[in-house]
Design a protein around this ligand. Sequence first.
Ligand code: NIG
Ligand code: FE
Length: 425
Amino acid sequence: MTPCRFPATVDTLWLDARLATLADQTPYGVIEKGAMAVDEGRIVWLGAVEALPADALNRARSVHRLDHACVTPGLIDCHTHLVHAGNRAREFEMRLNGATYEEIARGGGGIISTVNAVRNASDADLYHQSAGRLKAMLAEGVTAVEIKSGYGLDTPNELKMLRVVRQLDRDFPATVMATFLGAHALPPEYTGRPDAYIDLVVEEMIPAVAADGLATAVDAFCERIAFTLAQTERVFSTARQHGLRVKLHAEQLSDSNGAALAAQFGALSADHLEHLNANGAAAMAAAGTVAVLLPGAFYYLNETRKPPVDLLRSKGVAMAVSTDCNPGTSPTTSPLLMMNMACVSFGLTPAEALAGFTVNAARALGMQARWGTLEVGKQADFAVWDIEEPAELAYRMGGNPCRLTVKGGEIVFRSSSIAGEGCHG
Ligand code: NIG
Ligand code: FE
């Protein structure tokens, strides 16, 4: 990396850290004994401490010494259903008594039980239940999160969910991006009339979402318990007409050729992909569509078919990893646990798992110019971890070594100390 000129003054100087920049192909892009300068919310210099100009400390308005902690880009959770009401612990019990996820869904439970909870929740209740989950993510190094609608399934409730997403973005020091997922499941009032529901999605919901600027992307669930390829294509065509990017829940429970359709529409990502075929992977590679792997849902549904990670690697498809935070198949807010599961269950390396929550997650949201790596010019979104090496993030099962979460150069989370112990940072 060519060192760049250190500015005359900077807001903050972060010193003595192992910087996992994720900016090159060496695992993690590590700079040992590193320093990073931030000004006006952006990274303006980074390199080895010994490469700093002699008077660097005098040029900084504040200096943070990190005593050899690890710094990574802020984590980006690029696929969540974080806004929802209630929980599905009873269905968890039913599954342990032998029912499958598909059986529960066909019996009117599953996604539809959360739809009922969301429809019955006030805006304030939905907001407060969701805010707790967002806080938990911030405390684990998350600086950006995507949240989908899809538990309203009628126009007022889909818009209600997206307004809650917008309010979270305004209130919390993390960037929250909204995705419209009206085609998530068939609401009970449309039983037997899926095409009529898709009419509603394309004729009323997408235009309303676009008119209010309530989402930047449109997602759908293309699956035998949800919507067909032809129905998905109608949703995507309408999204395109309204200037919205697309992404897809594809090939989760069966091979529906959804990933190839998504790629044909220049999708940001195709997500889940346990049943992805070689054509779909090739189409994704050609279109630059990111594969979002969701090991929490795989684990929670006790699936056995893994996404074809070797195929994705050989085709050069970028792999992101995400929590899929949702009440039915992945009730978690922990990126670190997902990194561990991506390694143990899917065979990702710890470096791939971290890239999956940083550089490749940024690509899955179309935000790679601003987020995902520690590089000069990028937004100063990063996390400081009390670990010795970056692989520890994926190595542990539970626990949270996040010392600080920094968004746009400001500390937005600081790990609390237990009474009697000093606080770092
Ligand atoms: O990503 N696959 C569809 N949607 C969610 C599950 C939502 C639910 O069961 O509530 C998922 O796994
Ligand atoms: Fe999902």
